[in-house]
Design a protein. Structure first.
Length: 334
């Protein structure tokens, strides 16, 4: 394949447009709108420590969690740029109770719906740890005014998905079902440039990521798997290392690059798991599968789950294929 390293995200999506002859450039445009929104969010994330934008607003979002100002800002920017771009007829956000129908002129001619978590891992904002924006794109299935059926599609129907990580550098990682590519933001020119072409994740990783403080609230098979991760078996590279930031984008990004498993199981406190199917697990599952990994809820492929509600939660076991399969074997044996 031609060495495209260093080319900008905009140039890259235009070049790859030929992979989607039916898309007529709309999807490329939509991806560029999301990249633009993320650059605006990035600017604000970077100055979060400098301006009086940190801190709680005192209101709770639809999940009952405390909302921080930067979450609201990120949410507003995503909505604004998606509306202005004209390629999106409806959207769903972690920060909005109901899905949003774009009512602007011509919006109903737009082909796509976008689901997003505008700023995931927001509990990390005020400690300077990495956070991210996650997005998932589908073609609409209705005609006329968009309906909930456009929003509640199984993950296997995604046409594109990705995340932007606001970390030591800012990166956009995305897939359109043709492999996974990562672009690093060059702040001197304000462009995402191809830095990680064709990301593949190791089949056997050495990292497990889970909130160990919840050990007593896990199902037995998860406790057994984590004990297995800690065993001394030199030939199998065990014990694995435990790494957990508490920011899904950061934890998954590291595991995608280095190889590993990310686990958010059902717990006694959160029997359906904590993470959301439509704008957290599905887009991450699409990326990880495209990189050669696997994502399940313990029984089903994440992307095969038929959603029933916008803010649906699912347990998630995601990452290096052999690690996920090992955890599934522990579940099957319980
Ligand atoms: P958020 O969308 O409200 O930020 O919550 C999601 C985050 C994920 O980024 C992370 O994986 C998880 O919550 C951490 O949860 P916990 O603190 O229970 O380990
Ligand atoms: Mg989130």
């Amino acid at each position: 394949m031609q060495d495209l390293k260093g080319i900008t995200f905009d140039e890259y999506v235009i070049l790859r447009q030929k992979d989607f002859p039916s898309a007529q450039g709309d999807l490329s445009k939509l991806l560029r709108d999301i990249a633009l929104a993320s650059k605006v969010i990035n600017r604000e994330v970077n100055k979060a420590g400098l301006v009086d934008i940190l801190g709680m607003t005192g209101v709770r979002n639809v999940q009952g969690e405390e909302v921080q100002k930067l979450d609201e800002y990120a949410n507003e920017q995503m909505i604004k740029y998606l509306k202005a771009g004209g390629q999106c007829c409806a959207m769903g956000s972690e920060e909005e109770e109901d899905f949003i129908i774009v009512t602007d002129e011509h919006a109903q001619e737009a082909h796509y719906v976008v689901l997003f978590d505008p700023l995931d891992g927001s509990s990390n904002i005020d400690v300077n740890a990495s956070i991210g924006t996650i997005f998932s794109i589908y073609k609409r299935v209705s005609t006329g005014i968009p309906t909930i059926h456009d929003i509640l599609q199984a993950g296997k129907h995604q046409v594109a998905a990705g995340y932007v990580i606001y970390g030591s550098s800012t990166m956009m990682v995305y897939t359109t079902g043709n492999g996974v590519n990562g672009f690093t933001l060059d702040p001197t020119i304000g462009e995402f440039c191809l830095s990680h072409p064709n990301i593949q994740t190791a089949a056997n990783g050495k990292i497990y990521s889970i909130n160990e403080g919840e050990t007593n609230n896990w199902p037995q098979y998860v406790r057994d798997y984590v004990s297995y991760c800690k065993e001394n078996v030199k030939d199998e590279n065990r014990p694995y290392s435990h790494r957990y930031i508490g920011s899904m984008v950061a934890d998954l990004h590291r595991n995608l690059i280095k190889g590993g498993i990310f686990i958010y199981p059902p717990t006694t406190k959160a029997p359906k798991g904590k993470l959301r199917l439509l704008y957290e697990c599905n887009p991450m599952a699409f990326l990880v599968e495209q990189a050669g990994g696997k994502a399940t809820d313990g029984l089903n492929r994440i992307m095969d789950i038929e959603p029933t509600e916008l803010h649906q939660r699912v347990p998630v076991y995601i990452g290096s294929k052999n690690m996920v399969e090992k955890l599934e074997a522990f579940k099957a044996a319980e």
